[in-house]
Design a protein around this ligand. Structure first.
Ligand SMILES: Cc1cc2nc3c(=O)[nH]c(=O)nc-3n(C[C@H](O)[C@H](O)[C@H](O)COP(=O)(O)OP(=O)(O)OC[C@H]3O[C@@H](n4cnc5c(N)ncnc54)[C@H](O)[C@@H]3O)c2cc1C
Length: 392
């Protein structure tokens, strides 16, 4: 019997296993895949990850991002670059493998290639059933098996359809193309309804993709991906060999609780992804660490009451996701207006970089944006009129 079992070894599970084992708890972490494994992802990690992890991730960083080149309907590029990094581009196969090795190095027992198929909680312990017939027991379980995994969907009742949908592809490319993207990424607005497109440079490739609200775009996502690839100036001559689609389980307003008895959820499993950018890696690490701390505290106090974790999520994370939802409505419902504001007033974005770095909360940023708009109705009207001259 372990103190804790962690199901899934993406950034949420590995971070949880790392902090559990670092605190001296007996922890078993299992993943159905063998690492390094592919994960459909843009691989851009915001700089605030440094506030969560107590070790350096620079060995896995392929490109440091200090700003964004925005485009509207594939044209009107605007570079907004800052003097400090805002994010790091990684390849998820090596990044996730690096995190698994970190957890293993501090004493977590890792089993790769083992799929968990069911779990039960009899109030004294959690029992996990695996595909090979094995039964494993622990005092607590952290579910980190991703968006459509057994723990979140089957055991907690999260709805995988309440999410964003995304398609991505990794394209090998010449150093001259990568050079053009030195220290930045590209973000495309206006051509993908209720979403955006991206080009994230890595060491020898570009990660490209589009993401949008599932309910509003559905299967059309493929059409928008193809359009993005054929129309974007940087991508036109590149050969797209494969593409991969997956859901991005953004937070939804009536999400179920993330704690049930002795089981708690971290990362995508609990739909703990911001609904504005679809950023999930940072939140996976953040909630993996917080889930571990909740379990450590229970083991030390000799209780099984994990309600502090749910309270923390409601106090610290949901207001952030709520603000991200309001920003989404503002930007994706009025992309022409928003783009015009961005072109004329780039400081609005520079301040958002502070959010990406973790220097300001999303909630306080949204309050500032909202107050600025409300406080200058004539300025907003002017921007709206100007935006009518942007392509529809
Ligand atoms: C196309 C796309 C692009 C994205 N781009 C970005 C980006 O640029 N930046 C960003 O921050 N976020 C991005 N995201 C979101 C990000 O990928 C996720 O939020 C992040 O991977 C969540 O980590 P996690 O550990 O919760 O889950 P995952 O990384 O999904 O890990 C879950 C793990 O559980 C394992 N597993 C599943 N089922 C079982 C089972 N039954 N038994 C055992 N193991 C199991 C899987 O093998 C996997 O290793 C993107 C998502 C998509 C789909």
């Amino acid at each position: 019997m372990y103190d804790a079992i962690v199901v899934g070894l993406g950034p949420a599970g590995s971070t949880a296993a790392y902090y559990l084992a670092s605190a001296g708890l007996s922890v078993l972490a299992v993943d159905k895949a063998r690492f390094p494994r592919y994960k459909s992802c843009g691989g851009c990690v915001s700089a605030k990850i440094a506030r969560v992890l107590d070790f350096d991730i620079s060995a896995t960083v392929e490109h440091t991002v200090s700003g964004i080149c925005f485009t509207y309907k594939h044209s009107r590029p605007v570079d907004i670059i800052s003097d400090k990094p805002i994010g790091f581009n990684v390849m998820r196969d090596s990044f996730d493998h690096f995190l698994v090795k970190k957890a293993e190095a501090v004493g977590a027992q890792i089993i790769q290639g083992l799929r968990v198929s069911a779990l039960s909680d009899d109030h004294a312990r959690v029992t996990v059933r695996c595909d090979d017939g094995r039964g494993l027991e622990a005092a607590f379980l952290i579910g980190a098996d991703g968006a459509s995994g057994v723990v979140g969907r089957d055991y907690f009742g999260f709805n995988p359809k309440e999410s964003a949908v995304s398609i991505t592809s990794e394209i090998p490319c010449e150093p001259s193309t990568l050079k053009r993207l030195d220290n930045k990424v590209i973000a495309e607005f206006g051509s993908i309804p209720f979403g955006y497109g991206w080009i994230f440079p890595k060491k020898e490739s570009l990660s490209i993709g589009v993401a949008a609200d599932t309910a509003r775009i559905g299967r059309d996502i493929k059409k928008y991906f193809n359009e993005f690839v054929s129309r974007h100036e940087l991508l036109k001559d590149l050969e797209i060999r494969g593409r991969d689609g997956w859901m991005v389980p953004t937070h939804y307003t009536d999400s179920p609780h993330t704690v049930k008895g002795r089981v708690l959820l971290a990362g995508d499993t609990g739909h703990l992804v911001d609904p504005f950018l679809g950023e999930g890696i940072y939140y996976a690490a953040l909630t993996g660490k917080a889930a571990a701390q909740a379990v450590i505290s229970c083991v030390r106090r000799g209780t099984s009451d994990l309600s502090n974790y749910q309270a923390w999520i409601e106090k610290e994370l949901y207001p952030e996701f709520k603000a991200a939802g309001k920003l989404s409505d503002l930007v994706y419902t009025h992309p022409r207006l928003w783009y015009n504001i961005l072109e004329k007033e780039p400081d609005i974005m520079r301040r958002f970089y502070d959010v990406i770095r973790g220097d300001e909360s999303l909630d306080s940023y949204y309050t500032w944006v909202h107050a600025s708009i409300k406080g200058k109705p004539l300025g907003l009207l002017r921007r709206w009129i100007e935006s009518r001259f942007l392509p529809t």
